[in-house]
Design a protein around this ligand. Structure first.
Ligand SMILES: *Cc1c(COP(=O)(O)O)cnc(C)c1O
Length: 426
């Protein structure tokens, strides 16, 4: 099975003439199409909103496209809240699904009057001191144990640091009602990168049942159920994209079975998808700059794990296409590697690819979420540029590449780099 980049080889070469590799390239058309498909799948729910997980691709140009499509944003830090504010998101258009949250971030979130998602019961007095308890609040649930669907284990909530136990949720709702909270929301993130269609409906059912129980036992009212993120994408060519229309319909069935009879038919559904929204709509474009033959065949790129950490961190598969050789026979086997002094800096291991020549443009697929944003500066490697491929075929740099000046900026004050930088830039 084939997986083709969203940009042609000609387009990639055209961009590279102006913006040197490596760069992350994003597909405006793909992002808009994905957003429209998702909103359509949940259109049965009047108040439905997607809160795009900002950490997946924290670029204001991307966030503004999603805003135009009617999405909100999910933030987890001060910087992400500030980015959301700068892009014109406000109040109910923002979820703050943070954990281990500093006091000043809660204070800022309260000033913006966003949806606060409490990760722990001890955050109730903490929030009361840092910004105050709002009239509407969301609670993050962790059912513990394993998430099983049929005979397959999809996730290990019991081993994850997030959320509250069921007992704590009951106690938290009681405490918060006594503190003046009028309406609640529930949130859970039980499995990541699920390409099976039944994850969201299963998660929905867990949260719907809990809301119904809390409503019956404590008289708590609910305004929102937030299914969080976790819908996956087909990184591998043999995998298939989840069917979002089917997923939306199955969540609707669960809603009608569990929430409507409980008197909670007014509740709105929310999602916080990151990967599903932009993952396939981005790629990392790099150049093959070295070839090396020792015990194995290596192709060295001008990009490294600092630009895309997932293969090094998770052993994640990212499909690779050699631009201009899309239909060539994959009759060579390479390790495709970056320059870090870390042997896990490998974008692909033993990958069958067409013959690669020095200078070839290498497209690493599915980097539009948790790609650039996970970048780091190990070995003094710099973050790349980000480029947006517009719907009309034009392209625009939406973030410049880091320079050594950026890298040295935090100790510039002692002047140690001044002479070196001046000579290097001459
Ligand atoms: C990371 C994250 C998301 C997005 O996850 P995806 O796997 O990209 O869908 C949503 N909500 C929260 C709270 C997260 O931490």
């Amino acid at each position: 099975m084939q997986k083709r980049p969203f940009a042609t080889s000609e387009k990639l070469h055209e961009i590279t003439q102006e913006i040197p590799t490596p760069y992350h390239l994003y597909d405006e058309r793909g992002i808009r199409t994905t957003a429209r498909g998702l909103l359509n799948a949940f259109a049965w729910n009047a108040g439905y909103r997607e809160y795009y997980a900002v950490k997946a691709c924290p670029n204001p140009f991307i966030l503004k496209i999603l805003k135009e499509e009617g999405c909100g944003v999910d933030c987890a830090s001060m910087a992400e809240l500030m980015l959301a504010e700068a892009c014109g998101f406000s109040g109910d258009e923002i979820m703050f699904s943070s954990n281990e949250t500093p006091g000043e971030e809660y204070e800022y979130a309260r000033r913006l009057n966003v949806n606060i998602n409490l990760d722990d019961i001890t955050h109730i007095p903490f929030l009361a001191e840092h910004g105050g308890i709002p009239e509407r609040i969301c609670l993050r649930y962790n059912p513990g144990g394993e998430l099983r669907i049929g005979s397959t284990c999809m996730g290990q909530p019991g081993a994850s640091k997030y959320g509250m136990t069921k007992q704590q949720i009951f106690s938290a709702v009681g405490q918060l009602m006594a503190m003046g909270v009028k309406q609640f929301a529930l949130h859970a993130f039980l499995a990541s990168n699920t390409i099976e269609n039944d994850y969201y409906p299963t998660n929905a059912r867990v949260l719907f049942d809990l809301a119904a129980e809390l409503h019956a036992a404590l008289g708590a009212d609910f305004y929102m159920i937030n299914l969080s993120g976790g819908v996956g994408i087909p990184y591998r060519p043999e995998e298939r994209m989840p069917d979002i229309q089917k997923i939306g319909a199955a969540v609707q069935r669960a809603f009608e079975e569990a929430l409507v009879p409980a008197g909670l038919g007014h509740v709105r559904i929310a999602t916080e998808l990151g990967r599903y929204m932009t993952g396939p709509n981005g790629c990392l474009v790099a150049t093959a700059i070295h070839k090396k033959h020792i015990y194995k065949e290596y192709v060295g790129l001008d990009a490294c794990a600092a630009n895309l950490m997932r293969p090094a961190m998770y052993g994640a598969y990212h499909h690779i296409t050699v631009a201009g050789k899309e239909d060539a026979l994959c009759d060579h086997v390479y390790d495709v590697v970056g320059s870090l002094c870390e042997n896990n800096d490998k974008f692909a291991i033993d990958r069958a690819l067409p013959r690669i020549d020095i200078g070839d443009l290498i497209v690493i697929h599915d980097t539009g979420a948790h790609g650039f944003s996970m970048g780091y500066n190990y070995n003094g490697r710099l973050r790349s540029a980000e480029v947006l491929l517009r719907e009309d075929g034009s392209f625009q740099m939406i973030r410049r590449a880091e320079t050594v000046r950026d890298y040295f900026a935090t100790f510039d004050f002692c002047g140690v780099m001044d002479g070196v930088l001046a000579r290097a830039e001459k």
